[in-house]
Design a protein around this ligand. Structure first.
Ligand code: ADP
Ligand code: MG
Length: 684
């Protein structure tokens, strides 16, 4: 028996159980050894039965005084057992495990856990059993609780984990160098794993967790560090930076750059001037003026004779960037071309394409665009792409410079993970002349007053967004068919809701104005047409799903109504709100919400309190956890076994520092560890 063998060969695991385990991502014995409890039951102090009260969770210990198996009318099996101790007795109930009736005998001692409640039948106290074991007198006191699935019982899971540890724990190699363990105060891996599964006391758990959390972060950061080092050693393009031509271009702009823009531009130009490839993340809140900075970078690349690929997360945004950049760059050497699914057929590039700035969605890199001199890749809202795509992209060109732009105010801990191989620049200042948006909460019964306000603003010549919830566009590209189906259904429901809302507003509320509808299932040209009409003021009120999420720039839109605001995450609400407040006029955001949970309340309150994207992102991250942060599975965040980038931010920072240090001081060791451990990393 070795650690790399299939779990099927473990005692107590057959083909059937192996299949069930596979659903949990457990295929080898090693997977099983690294499958950790989500929590523990402390059975070191157990209440006498007479002290039990209704509770979600209790431990009960007693002797069987009666066994009563039953079959309900619809052939559902129920087993009821009376358990007694010196203080009293309680009924224990098992559903749908008929085989247990053969096991239980009068006089047998059990320890069990479950929900304690009053029975419907006679209002006596009963326990609905979640897990049980025979009380042998030397049962473990701290019981691990594993995430389980249909057909896998807690006791079985504990048994096979025990079996795996007994047979194969010795195969686990502690890959951390002694001096790192000593300096960071970490226990050895074998002890940590064993303790995390079967701790002797609750107080042992934290040391064990610390080691495994450190490992999770350390290995990932090592990968990022090696990746960063590799990029820095590639031969990239050392661009000539012609300050004069940049200046004469800047002079054509209707504004001067803010000092924050100047600063990040200096970072970018300095990277571009170096012979190593740039790998930089440009972060800045919506409307902070990132696009213009990226445009200047593109200009430098083109002036040096290279091509640029500019990728946006959706077609609408690609189109908008195209329009904006084409206008901005008129009179320069830059020739732009839009590459979207609707333009693709016509523009599949001929051999000698003179275009030097290609704008499209992420498909740009998948299609056979003839990049023979790709020198710069600009990726807008990179978190929708993910680590692997980024690699594919870099492979395509002559190791081009990469500039990732994001309006998502990614909290630091997240940035260190998601963009740990990037250098980072932040635009932390808004262009002058903006009036902060006023945000109001509108309970359902005040909806009318919001409509009256809208009517007044439209009469003044301003425009309105109405946003209905929907899962984000990019979730369509999902590899898991069942998720894809679910999302598909959700999307259709969301679109239906937006359609209904648009029809209702048009017919019942604003017959005198033009209400438009925008959603992700419209064809590219159709979307384009609607956006154009909206930006020309021909549509007064635009009802939309979240396709307007990022980057849309229509300064005359000053009112946004967000329907079901409680369903959106905070980061997304903030992104949406960033579509207004882009001009000099006062803008207003109305959150129509049914506040059902504390969390929804916190979210809405945060939106009323703050317009600071970083602050809101921190709150959101705390509320929802990293997995759900972007509302998308495409985030490229690793699936850590034990670690959590928010809760364990301190360890993350330490592990990152140690990993970067190791890459710098002992490359061979860093590579060896990475090669031996990399397969343990699973990306979401
Ligand atoms: P972002 O890409 O960060 O969301 P944009 O680059 O689209 O922001 O800029 C938002 C708006 O602000 C645009 O209309 C742009 O022309 C304008 N803008 C950008 N930089 C400045 C500046 N320094 N001063 C005034 N307006 C600016
Ligand atoms: Mg932008």
């Amino acid at each position: 028996m070795t650690i790399i063998m299939s779990v099927q060969y473990l005692k107590g695991v057959g083909p059937k159980l192996a299949k069930i385990l596979k659903k949990l991502g457990v295929e080898t014995v090693e997977d099983l050894i690294y499958y950790f409890p989500r929590d523990y039951e402390d059975r070191s102090h157990i209440k006498p039965i007479s002290d039990l009260r209704p509770a979600n969770f209790e431990i009960v210990k007693g002797q069987i005084s009666q066994v009563n198996p039953q079959l309900t009318r619809n052939r559902f099996s129920v087993i009821k057992v009376i358990l007694s101790d010196l203080s009293g007795s309680i009924q224990a109930v098992w559903f749908n495990q008929p085989f247990l009736s053969r096991l239980f005998r009068k006089g047998m001692r059990l320890i069990l856990s479950g929900r304690v409640e009053y029975s419907d039948f006679d209002k006596s106290l009963q326990v609905i059993v979640r897990d049980f074991e025979v009380d042998t007198g030397d049962n473990i006191k701290i019981v691990p609780l594993y995430p389980l699935t249909q057909g896998l019982y807690p006791k079985k899971m504990r048994g096979i984990i025990r079996e795996a540890l007994d047979n194969c724990l010795a195969d686990v190699v502690d890959f951390l160098p002694e001096d790192i363990k000593r300096k960071e105060g970490l226990i050895d891996l074998e002890t940590a794993i064993k303790t995390l599964h079967f701790p002797n006391s609750m107080s042992d758990i934290s040391e064990a967790r610390k080691r495994l959390i450190f490992d999770d972060f350390f290995v990932f950061q090592l990968g990022l560090g090696l990746c960063k080092r590799k990029i820095k050693r590639e031969k990239g393009i050392a661009y000539q930076i012609d300050q004069k031509s940049l200046k004469s271009f800047s002079d054509t702009l209707p504004f001067t750059l803010t000092s924050a823009q100047e600063q990040v531009l200096a970072d970018i130009l300095s990277d571009m001037g170096k012979p190593q490839p740039m790998n930089r993340l440009l972060q800045g809140d919506v409307g902070s003026g990132k696009t213009i900075v990226a445009t200047l970078a593109a200009l430098v690349a083109v002036n040096n004779g290279y091509q640029v690929a500019f990728m946006a997360p959706t077609e609408i945004l690609a189109q908008q960037h195209y329009t904006k950049l084409t206008k901005l760059l008129k009179g320069s050497k830059v020739t732009t071309k839009l590459m979207t699914s609707s333009t693709k057929k016509r523009t599949t590039s001929s051999k000698k394409d003179i275009t030097n700035l290609f704008i499209g969605t992420h498909r740009l890199i998948q299609e056979k665009v003839n990049f023979d001199r790709l020198g710069l890749v600009i990726i807008d809202e990179q978190h929708r792409f993910g680590v692997l795509q980024r690699k594919a992209l870099v492979k395509k060109g002559l190791s081009p410079d990469v500039l990732a732009i994001t309006a998502t105010p990614i909290p630091r801990s997240m940035a260190l993970t998601l963009y740990g191989d990037f250098d980072r620049s932040v635009i932390d200042e808004m262009p002058p002349g903006r009036t902060p948006i006023k945000t109001h909460f509108v309970p359902e019964n005040r909806r009318r007053s919001a409509y009256e306000f809208m009517r007044q603003k439209v009469a003044e010549g301003q425009q309105v967004f109405v946003v209905c919830p929907l899962v984000s566009e990019s979730e369509k590209i999902d590899f898991n068919p069942s998720t894809a189906l679910r999302i598909d259904a959700e999307q259709r429901r969301g679109i239906k809701a937006a359609m209904d809302e648009a029809a209702r507003l048009q017919k019942e509320i604003f017959p005198e104005y033009r209400v438009g509808l925008l959603h992700g299932r419209l064809k590219g040209e159709e979307k384009d047409r609607i956006m154009k009409q909206f930006s020309q003021g021909k549509i007064h009120i635009l009802v939309s799903t979240t396709v307007i999420e990022v980057g849309i720039d229509i300064p005359n839109a000053t009112v946004m109504v967000i329907e079901h605001a409680e369903r959106f995450g905070l980061a997304q609400l903030h992104q949406l709100r960033g579509r207004i407040g882009r001009g000099s006029k006062q803008s207003f955001c109305f959150l129509i919400a049914k506040i059902a949970s504390e969390e929804a309340k916190t979210r809405v309150k945060a939106m009323l309190d703050s317009v600071d994207g970083f602050y809101l992102a921190e709150v959101d991250l705390k509320l929802r956890g990293p997995g759900d942060f972007y509302g998308t599975r495409q985030s490229g965040l690793p699936n850590f076994r034990v670690a959590d980038i928010i809760r364990d931010e301190k360890v993350l920072k330490a592990a990152r520092a140690v990993a970067m240090d190791l890459v710098a001081t002992d490359l061979e060791c860093a590579c060896n560890i990475w090669e031996s451990q990399r397969k343990k990393i699973k990306l979401t």
